[in-house]
Design a protein around this ligand. Sequence first.
Ligand code: SF4
Ligand code: SF4
Length: 386
Amino acid sequence: MDRFIRTTVEKHLPVNAHFDLTYRCNERCIHCYLDHEDYGEMTTAEVRSVLDQLAEAGTLFLAFSGGEIFLRKDLFELLAYARKLHFDISLKTNALLVNEERAAQLRTLGVRRVQISIYSSDPAVHDAITQVPGSLARSLDAIPLLRRQGLQVKLACPLMRQNLLGYREVMNLAETLGVPYVLDLTITPMMNGDRGTLALRNRGKELLAVLTDAKLNTHSTAGCNEGGRTAGTGSLGSTTSSGLEGEQTYEDIPCSAGHNSVYISPYGDVFPCVQLVMPASNLRRHSFADIWYGSGAMRRVRAVREHQLPDCAKCSIRSYCERCPGLAVMEGGDLLGAYERACELAELHARLAGIANPISAFHVRIRQAARGIASSRLTVTDRQSA
Ligand code: SF4
Ligand code: SF4
């Protein structure tokens, strides 16, 4: 752990905040984990108060995301306020509503970086995923506008069954545009627990081409690996997490969630991470400091140590695994548990690294349990026939 990360973890400084300003969206991406209804977003005054509290608590890096942030009519007012508080600001957007004037305003307000979701270089594929005809052309049009203003632009491409085959074209597109990119293999259940989106995931073996692509990193042990390990301008990583970017390791701590990273929803709910949906409390009822330092959920997440994880601590392929505590909760129902997707990918990574017949501790346990059940059935049958 480098010194900065160590200090922020030891002092519980929420240096990195992912703040979704709205869940409303002008696209309807088929893999999206959000409910786009507005159930009572925080007002401008409420958001400003949250920003004050984040600044007070030590937040430095602020990612405004959604939903689609440009649907917030007060976006520029909030950006101006956030800059007054000296946050380093990045935005996540589909960029459909970015025009020349707005790009210039972002520059004036001191936004540093904009991440834009691009699913394919083929309009038919991209627009089928967003369910908005013409959306690829509009998203791509925004990129030169933003770059001309000197903003850093990054393409983010979640990979699913619909667009996996075209991942190389997305890389080529990013390189032609002169911007970095991140490919994300993570398709999550919806925040409300609906698991329908998981049908869009590629099976492990289908990912072989991506995982062995020399232009991309192959795997990381750094939790969600937001931003990924870069090889050239491209990486595999997370397009959504609240984790600090870059090649960070957290030693015996699973990841940054709840240690130095926090997520805030448009309704004021506070989670350790957008993918770790353990509501810690709500900013309409409690102060940020009370929630961050005092809530049971934050304390519970902070208490987890890797060496105590029942399966993972004894797993022989742990170093090939990118287990996410959030997905462990969403997919396996257990903050401390292993889950099928992580094990599947870790076994694949290990095999690609030359390990013969790699099996995760989770799968070893399941197989042993299955053998135990089979042998006890046999014993019963033997007794019955004796
Ligand atoms: S909970 Fe998952 S997505 Fe969030 S920071 Fe941790 S590893 Fe990354
Ligand atoms: S491969 Fe599975 S059992 Fe092993 S560390 Fe990863 S999640 Fe845990």
